[in-house]
Write a protein that binds this ligand. Structure first.
Ligand code: VTB
Length: 331
C-alpha cells in the first residue's frame, strides 16, 4: 500500500479491529437464537458502519459474496473513506454463523487487508483443500505428501512425537479418509463443526493445544487465513477442490489452473497485509463476547505482515455511551 502522506508505518489493523469488534458485538446478541441469517446481517451492518470511517480506499475482494445476495460487503464493493492507501479487503463478519446461531465454540468476526491487487480472487471456487501450520512447520509440510509424512515432519521439527500433535479437521463426511489417515499416523484430532479460519490460526498460536489443520474448507476462508499466517510466520498450502466437473470447468474458464498448489504468496502476494479478528463465542483462539453490568468485553487478535507483530486486545465497551454515537445494535 503506498502511503503518500505517511512516513511512519501505519498499522491499519489497529483500526480495522474496530470493525471486527463491532461485528462481534452485534453478532453476539444473536448467540444461540437459532437464526444465523439474522446474526450475520447484524454483524455485516455493524462492520459496514465502522468500515466507512476507516481511512483507506478498499475494494472488497472477498465479501459476503453474490451467492448469498448480500446487500452489503459484496465482492467489488468499495469500502473505507476513499482516501489512500489502496487495498484489497477480505471480510467475514461471522466465520461460523451456525456456531453463533447454535451457541457453539469458535465463531469469530474477521477482516484482512492487503495492498491493492495482491489478494487471490477465489472467483467461483467455493472449496479449497488446505494444510496450515504455525512458524515451526513453515516450509516443512507439503500438501502433495501423505498426511503421515506431514505429521512426522512437523513432529520432528517440533521435537515431539506424532502422538503429541493434534490436527484440526472440519467434521464433514468428505473427511472420512483424512480422519482415518490421521488416526492411523497416531496423531490426535480436534473435529470442528465450522470455523476453519480460527482453527488454522490457533495452530499457529503458542499453547493453543492444536498444531496443524488439514482438509477442505471454504476458498475465501483460505485467503483470509493466508493473510493471518503471513503475519504470524506460519504456512498454508491450498489446492482448489471441486465437487463437480462443472465447478472445475468454471475455474478453468476463469483463467485459473484448477490443480495449482497455492502457497501463501499466491494467496496474498505481499508482506504488506493486515489481519484482525474478534471472538464471538469462546474458542481455541479467542474469548467470545462477554457481558457484565453496563459493559461488554471483547477479545481480538491484530496482526501486521511487515512487522509480524501479533497483538491480543481486550476491549471494554460501554453500550450506554455507544448508543449515543452509533446506530449499531450492540444491545
Ligand atoms: C469452512 C468453515 C466455515 O464453511 O470453510 C466451511 O470454516 C466449508 O464449507 O465456517 P462447508 O460448510 O460446505 O463444508 C463454513 O462452515 C461456513 O462458511
Amino acid at each position: 500500500m503506498n502511503e503518500p502522506r505517511m512516513t511512519s508505518e501505519r498499522n491499519l489493523a489497529l483500526e480495522l479491529v474496530r470493525t471486527t469488534e463491532a461485528a462481534a458485538m452485534a453478532g453476539a446478541r444473536h448467540v444461540g437464537r437459532g437464526q444465523k441469517e439474522v446474526a450475520d446481517q447484524a454483524a455485516v451492518d455493524a462492520m459496514r458502519h465502522v468500515l466507512d470511517g476507516v481511512e483507506m480506499n478498499g475494494i472488497v475482494v472477498i465479501g459476503e459474496g453474490e451467492k448469498d445476495e448480500a446487500p452489503m460487503l459484496f465482492n467489488g464493493e468499495m469500502v473505507g473513506n476513499g482516501e489512500p492507501p489502496f487495498c484489497d479487503i477480505a471480510v467475514d463478519p461471522i466465520d461460523g454463523t451456525t456456531l453463533t446461531a447454535e451457541g457453539r465454540a469458535g465463531a469469530i468476526a474477521v477482516i484482512a487487508a492487503s495492498e491493492r491487487g495482491t489478494m487471490f480472487n477465489p472467483g467461483s471456487a467455493v472449496y479449497m483443500d488446505k494444510i496450515a501450520v504455525g512458524p515451526s512447520g513453515a516450509g516443512i509440510v507439503d500438501i502433495r505428501l501423505p498426511v503421515e509424512r506431514n505429521l512426522t515432519a512437523l513432529a520432528k521439527a517440533r521435537g515431539l512425537s506424532v502422538s503429541d500433535l493434534t490436527a484440526v479437521v472440519l467434521d464433514r463426511p468428505r473427511h472420512a479418509d483424512l480422519i482415518a489417515e490421521i488416526r492411523q499416523a497416531g496423531a490426535r484430532i480436534r473435529l470442528i463443526s465450522d470455523g476453519d479460519v480460527a482453527g488454522a490460526i490457533a495452530c499457529a498460536s503458542p499453547n493453543s493445544g492444536v498444531d496443524i489443520l488439514f482438509g477442505v474448507g471454504g476458498t475465501p476462508e483460505g485467503v483470509i487465513t493466508a493473510a493471518a499466517l503471513k503475519c504470524m510466520g506460519g504456512d498454508l498450502q491450498g489446492r482448489l477442490w471441486h465437487k463437480t466437473e462443472e465447478e472445475r470447468q468454471a475455474t478453468i474458464d476463469e483463467g485459473k489452473d484448477p490443480d495449482a498448489i497455492l502457497g501463501l504468496n499466491d494467496l496474498i502476494s505481499t508482506e504488506n497485509c493486515f489481519f484482525a479478528a474478534t471472538g464471538i463465542t469462546t474458542g481455541d483462539l479467542l474469548k467470545g463476547v462477554s457481558y457484565s453490568r453496563g459493559g461488554i468485553t471483547t477479545q481480538s487478535i491484530v496482526m501486521r505482515g511487515r512487522s509480524g507483530t501479533v497483538r491480543f486486545i481486550e476491549a471494554h465497551h460501554q453500550p450506554a455511551k455507544l448508543r449515543k454515537i452509533t446506530p449499531i445494535g450492540f444491545g
